[in-house]
Design a binder for this molecule. Structure first.
Ligand code: PHE
Length: 347
């Protein structure tokens, strides 16, 4: 019996040597310890062994079973380790490989310029206000001294919704709203950036564009205050060397009115294609608030004076970021927008 078991153990050693996979190992277990397994049957045969030999027989069967179980555990561990090692090898990370490029969005130049203008005026104590894009004739024109049939209305190709409502052609509409909303009729110092609409469409005009309006009303506000403010505005936004020039102009809601030019930042004033060889670029319209406008807004023009200015945001962004065509601002071309994903974009 002992020899038989020794032989069996030798055979099992051989079989274990050949085991390569978990499946093999389990098959081997079934073949030895399963219902009809070799060791199981040896064990069952104990009932036919004479009583005096039962103990020795049982010991021999236990020997092979113990051998099998120990070897089984050993090989099982080995295979499991191999599986883990293989997995680790497959999943190793090559830290020398370049990382995945994460695509981030960028701030649109329109919002970027609004933020710059807002920061500047907030630092000078202005409030930022909003106004409706769907305006009425009253706020966009009548309260701004454009009487019905006023010829200056023709200068603004307006999108009318009906007799009364229109898409605001200028953020100046917010001037009348802010004055109306100020119940105490006290001092005002606001800017109003936003979208405006006119029936226009070419490389420098879009049917939708942006403006920022400024309005200051207080006692003793003079043209000098307007000049000083706009000089700071131009220098801070376009560079300290920027020269500013005031030309007389006309707007129904300001008197006197002016247009403000800045020295061309492309050529420094020498003359180039951007400034049409003049050395100057038109930046904004401005003036002292017309007494009629103050009166219609509920202010006494004998006590209060004020100034207002309005400039195109797209133009400002185009100058600052060297954008050649206004339509880029509204076409959502990713190649254009991507150029603004660095936060420190400067001209
Ligand atoms: N609203 C005027 C325009 O669109 C600009 C302007 C604003 C002029 C404020 C004077 C004062 O042309």
């Amino acid at each position: 019996m002992q020899e038989k078991i020794d032989q069996l153990i030798e055979e099992l050693k051989q079989k274990f040597e050949e085991v390569k996979t978990m499946q093999h190992l389990n098959d081997l277990k079934v073949a030895q310890l399963g219902k009809k397994g070799v060791i199981t049957e040896l064990n069952a045969a104990i009932k036919d062994i004479p009583n005096d030999q039962k103990k020795a027989y049982g010991e021999q069967v236990n020997r092979v079973r113990t051998f099998f179980n120990e070897k089984f555990t050993e090989i099982q561990k080995k295979i499991e380790e191999e599986i883990v090692n293989q997995k680790l090898q497959k999943e190793t990370i090559d830290i020398s490989l370049p990382g995945k490029k994460i695509k981030t969005g960028s701030k649109h130049p329109f919002n970027r310029i609004i933020e710059e203008v807002e920061d500047l005026f907030v630092s000078m104590g202005y409030d930022v206000v909003d106004g409706p894009e769907l305006e009425d004739d009253e706020h966009c024109f009548r309260l701004l001294n454009y009487t019905v049939g006023h010829p200056a209305r023709d200068a603004q190709d307006t999108f009318y919704i009906d007799e009364e409502y229109l898409l605001r052609t200028q953020t100046s509409a917010s001037q009348s709203r802010v004055m109306q909303a100020n119940k105490e009729k006290g001092p005002i110092r606001v800017i109003c950036p936003g979208k405006t609409y006119r029936r226009d469409d070419d490389a420098t005009h879009s049917h939708q564009f942006g403006q920022v309006e400024g309005l200051v009303i207080d006692k003793n506000i003079s043209l000098a205050d307007l000049k000083g403010t706009l000089e700071i505005f131009a220098r801070k936004l376009l560079g300290e060397d920027t020269k500013v020039r005031f030309r007389p102009s006309y707007f129904p809601f300001t008197s006197p009115s002016c247009e403000v030019d800045v020295s061309c930042f492309n050529c420094g004033g020498k003359g180039c294609s951007l400034c049409k060889r003049t050395g100057w670029i038109e930046l904004l319209g401005a003036g002292m608030v017309h007494p009629n406008v103050l009166r219609m807004g509920g202010y006494d023009p004998d006590k209060y004076t004020g100034f207002a200015f309005g400039t195109g945001l797209d133009r400002l962004a185009m100058f600052k970021y060297s954008i050649p065509d206004i339509r880029y601002m509204y076409s959502n071309d990713i190649r254009f927008l991507k150029q603004f994903d660095r936060c420190d974009v400067e001209k």
